[in-house]
Write a protein that binds this ligand. Structure first.
Ligand code: COI
Length: 449
């Protein structure tokens, strides 16, 4: 990228103006009409370069657990300063990635918004003073919570922007870029949320009211896999997937398949519950929907099977449905469902999907974060729900919007600590999905952080 183009982008963010309006100012700055502004931009670029040149300090799940095993003041402060200095490095890498995109992509609806959010977060972290006391750590946690909320809109915006950019980027480049953005985002949220949760644990320990030892920060040390599947099933039966009006929306649960769980039912391992539930929820949602559509006129739908296998190195979950398989005219291979490119997955540019993405991107709360948060939302009084999300006239929840992020995100969540997600389509009959997650927690976070 040319230096001119690069500086323009930085200027656009710093001065909160659209790129197109900056050309003449930029030229003026370069010929010396605005020397002060030019110096500021030069300084900002230097800072970004400085941070982007540092390597991310990648962690394993086990390290995250061990760090949280003893939570004295010194460790909490050390942890806070690690998060304070590590997050801007990870954000700087992604800002550089965004800057390397063609101009036509950066200016797409959604991408510019994400760039702005990242630039602003980078500046805030960079300027955040060193943390020396527990009171300062409390303030830092508050600061992190604010950013986590503010960034809830990142995924739908990015997904919308990259779908719209699909005609301008080769599929390999588009998918590699999206992957780096999403892995890195998961990593930053894990660090921020883990630190907030550990700070909360430490506070409860100091005040003598910490009674639960089933978790360390955001990691459940004995996560019960069957319970996660049950929770996702329960939630889906209250708020089933959208079936494009083919069957009644917001069914009572009787219209949807049973989920029959077998295998090693007492499997427990150390993992982040929200990550596992995100994946299981998306897989079950797809199976519910496919089975309903494949068998439109039967009163009792074929069940969905969930088999749990607890191996020495991995926990495997297989989800099997009789929803007809993944064969679609737009998809040549099941792995194309993980792609953001319309050349691999033509549904990316469908109007209905773009419309749903636009709606979700403009909502304050963005896309759902955890199954827990959704359950909370739907348990709140119906007036509040209607105001937040929009429901059917009768007050029952509107069906889950289909924005096409669930499968690619599930794949990235699975890969994050070295696991895998494999889709096997038995065309005309059903789909088997194999989710494998490492149980020892010794793999480093994905390289793209
Ligand atoms: C994100 O959610 O995209 C983040 O980068 C979160 C971080 C700023 C705490």
């Amino acid at each position: 990228m040319s230096w001119t183009h690069y500086t323009l982008r930085i200027t656009a963010i710093a001065e909160r103006r659209p790129l197109t309006k900056l050309r003449s100012h930029h030229v003026q700055a370069h010929v010396g009409v605005r020397p002060i502004s030019s110096a500021v931009h030069f300084y900002q670029n230097r800072q970004l370069e400085l941070y982007a040149s540092k390597k991310a300090q990648r962690l394993t799940l086990r390290q995250l657990v061990f760090f949280g095993r003893s939570l004295d003041e010194e460790r909490m402060i050390k942890g806070a300063n690690y998060v304070r200095t590590e997050l801007p490095v990870r954000i700087a890498h992604r800002l550089r990635d965004l800057q390397a995109l063609p101009y036509v992509v950066v200016t797409q609806e959604g991408v510019a918004k994400v760039y702005e959010l990242y630039w602003s977060a980078f500046e805030k972290f960079r300027r955040y003073p060193q943390i020396n006391t527990l009171a300062e750590n409390d303030a830092f946690c508050q600061f992190l919570r604010g950013l986590l909320n503010e960034h809830a809109v990142v995924i739908p915006n990015l997904s919308l922007g990259l779908s719209l950019s699909s005609p301008y980027l080769a599929p390999e480049r588009l998918d590699a870029f999206m992957r780096r953005m999403l892995v890195s985002r998961i990593s930053r949220r894990v660090l921020a949320e883990h630190h907030i949760a550990l700070s909360q644990d430490a506070k409860e320990i100091r005040e003598g009211r910490h009674f639960s030892d089933d978790h360390v920060g955001i990691i459940q040390t004995g996560l019960n896999v069957k319970e996660c599947i049950d929770r996702c099933t329960t939630y889906l039966r209250c708020r089933p997937p959208d079936v494009d009006g083919d069957v009644a929306e917001g069914g009572s649960g009787a219209d949807w398949s049973e989920v029959v769980i077998d295998g090693h039912l007492d499997t427990k391992f150390a993992y982040i519950r929200e990550h596992l539930e995100y994946i299981v929820f998306e897989l079950l949602k797809n199976s519910f929907r496919a089975t309903r559509l494949k068998h439109p006129n039967v009163s009792q739908l074929p069940p969905i099977g969930a088999t749990i296998v607890s191996g020495n190195n991995h926990v495997t979950i297989r989800i099997s449905d009789q929803g007809g398989g993944l064969m679609m005219p737009q998809i040549k291979s099941p792995s194309d469902l993980f792609s953001f490119s319309h050349l691999r997955n033509a549904t990316r540019l469908e109007d209905a999907r773009l419309g749903a993405l636009r709606t979700v991107s403009s909502r304050k709360q963005g896309v759902r974060a955890t199954v827990d948060e959704q359950i909370d939302t739907w348990q709140r009084p119906s007036e509040a729900r209607r105001a937040e999300n929009g429901t059917n006239q009768g007050g029952s929840p509107s069906p889950l919007p289909r924005i096409g992020i669930g499968l690619p995100m599930s794949n990235i969540f699975a890969n994050y600590f070295g696991g895998s997600l494999e889709l096997i389509s038995m065309d005309g009959y059903g789909t088997d999905v194999y989710l494998r997650l490492p149980r020892l927690g010794t793999n480093l976070e994905g390289i793209e952080v």
